[in-house]
Design a binder for this molecule. Structure first.
Ligand code: TYD
Length: 133
């Protein structure tokens, strides 16, 4: 079984284009307290390299593509993000890294809480200790 949970949000197809709604009724499993997005990531640069203690997030690649690596302390999986309606679940205590950003990549993230540096685990060994794996 995959450690990657994917949310496939409905695309409301109108003749003029597509629209995706991100809210509780459409499937977001937490109250959204923060939205942020990454763009203009310099070629060859990787990002992430952390887990969160309590924060729950869902990430979407709403333009371009990038490769998300997730790691629960036992298994590691790669997911190519290139669909604006597919969200990848980033629950607490899941190490994640983003690689291979296309120049036009925009990564949109829904978060269950406000920004708090103390919620980050940026050291991989400390992450493994925290998972007891
Ligand atoms: P970070 O989450 O470390 O992103 P990445 O791992 O992709 O580089 O955030 C980068 C910087 O931005 C870091 O100094 C913290 C700051 N930041 C905020 O101030 N508020 C936020 O909501 C987020 C997500 C980051």
């Amino acid at each position: 079984m995959s450690i990657v949970k994917l949310y496939d949000f409905p695309i409301l197809g109108y003749e003029r284009g597509s629209l995706v709604v991100l809210d509780k009724p459409s499937g977001v499993p937490f109250e959204i307290k923060r939205v942020y997005y990454l763009f203009g990531t310099t070629g060859g640069v990787s990002r992430g390299f952390h887990a969160h203690k309590k924060l729950h997030q869902i990430a979407f690649c709403i333009s371009g593509r990038c490769r998300m690596v997730v790691d629960d302390g036992i298994n590691k999986e790669d997911f190519m993000m290139d669909s604006p309606s597919i969200g990848i679940d980033l629950p607490p205590m899941l190490w994640h890294e983003m690689h291979d950003f296309s120049a036009d990549c925009v990564l949109l993230v829904l978060a269950s809480d406000e920004y708090s540096e103390s919620d980050y685990i940026r050291n991989y060994e400390a992450f493994l200790d925290g998972t007891s794996k």
